[in-house]
Design a protein. Structure first.
Length: 383
């Protein structure tokens, strides 16, 4: 699910700069932004922090910037610790609260994220980035009305912000209001016709696809790929569109390219295996699995597709103390177990699994729409 549902991180990147604190001393290469390699930035920030110099506010900024670097190398634990220290040192840092909230979003902990974004808004009631980020948290929680309200406030505060319209468009799409979503994507494109254009096109394509307008979806995905051929997300999404358009060779090509661009992209590897099976081509999943993190979800599903475990064992592995994470993992278990059953020629076993996923998957999960498509293909009722 992670890659197909694109939380509008663009919003936070585009808007946070306007609210970034300006230090009274030079941070040198500890910027927390693109420039020097991330690991080098961590070393520079660490030396600055260990020097003991600077005020609490200045040291808080160093911790926040190092946290940004940790995020970029996928070390969420250290990022969370640094953002927490930044908030302790400077409780008035709205940017630190937003950054910590982003980590909680990545961990699918929307309640903690909402608390941090709310703190940022209390500090700075005109913080457009915080409203946009809280939109994402409410959407993740399934509270789309609050998400739309926050995004609308971001639009009111900055009606020239493409990021604000993109954020609201995503919330409308998750709610299932595809026409309003497309209208907001159109507005975002008119306000920002160059920067991050491919992201807006990719998300608008998702809305068109959900609406059943495959022609416009395909056009948007293809244009997004042309504009940024190194981004695996539009390739992944176009591949799924091809799967359900019976264009299997094209789906295989897109999923293959996505996995080449990002070898750790587990969901692209799974969908490539689905496409290969439908093309009656040899599976390459065993080779792909060597590049995946097999200690993290969705590793149990990968093992299912490799014939190393059972659907019942995957369902047991889907349990998680975080209720939101468990719901998502059970959703995925049902869908991919249904795909596995189809591959074994067992349509009777596949149908109820797809029914479970279509009924219980969050609206933000691609597996929900895919399950509905599979049920229609089977001639089964959609719950």
């Amino acid at each position: 699910m992670r890659r197909a549902v694109i939380w509008a991180a663009y919003f936070v990147v585009a808007m946070t700069a306007a609210h970034a604190e300006v230090p009274a001393f030079s941070l040198g290469g500890c910027t927390g932004e693109k420039g020097a390699p991330w690991k080098q930035q961590i070393e520079i920030c660490s030396a600055l922090i260990q020097s003991g110099g600077g005020s609490d506010v200045e040291r808080a900024l160093a911790f926040k910037n190092r946290g940004n670097a940790y995020v970029q190398i996928d070390d969420g634990d250290k990022a969370l610790a640094d953002y927490t220290e930044a908030v302790r040192l400077d409780p008035k840092s709205a940017a630190a609260y937003v950054s910590r909230g982003d980590v909680y979003i990545d961990r699918e902990d929307p309640d903690r994220a909402i608390a941090d974004y709310t703190s940022a808004i209390q500090i700075d009631p005109k913080n457009v980035a915080a409203y946009g980020a809280r939109t994402l948290a409410y959407s993740q929680k399934g509270d789309f009305d609050h998400a739309i309200a926050d995004a609308s406030e971001a639009v009111r505060l900055d009606p020239k912000s493409a990021a604000a319209f993109l954020s609201r468009a995503d919330a409308y799409r998750f709610k299932g209001d595809f026409d309003r979503a497309i209208a907001d994507y159109d507005e975002a494109l008119s306000l920002d016709p160059t920067h991050k254009l491919h992201d807006i096109l990719n998300n608008r394509a998702l809305a068109y696809a959900s609406k059943g307008d495959r022609e416009h979806a395909l056009a948007d995905y293809s244009e997004a790929i042309r504009l940024n051929p190194t981004d695996p997300d539009p390739l992944f999404n176009r591949g799924r569109l091809y799967i359900y358009s019976d264009a299997i060779p094209m789906a295989v090509a897109d999923f293959t390219k996505a996995t080449e661009l990002e070898p750790r992209y587990a969901y692209a590897a799974l969908w490539l295996d689905i496409a290969d099976a439908r093309a009656k081509a040899p599976s390459v999943l065993s080779e792909g699995a060597e590049k995946l993190d097999m200690a993290r979800w969705p590793a149990p599903i990968v093992r299912l597709f490799l014939g190393q475990t059972t659907s019942a064992e995957v369902l047991a592995a889907a349990a998680d103390p975080n209720a939101a994470i468990q719901i998502g993992q059970v959703c995925e278990t049902n869908f991919y177990s249904g795909e596995w059953a189809l591959r074994q020629g067992n349509k009777d076993a596949a149908a109820p699994l797809f029914e479970n996923a279509a009924r219980d998957c969050p609206k933000t999960f691609i597996e929900r729409g895919a399950s509905i498509a599979e049920l229609k293909a089977l001639g089964a009722a959609v719950p």
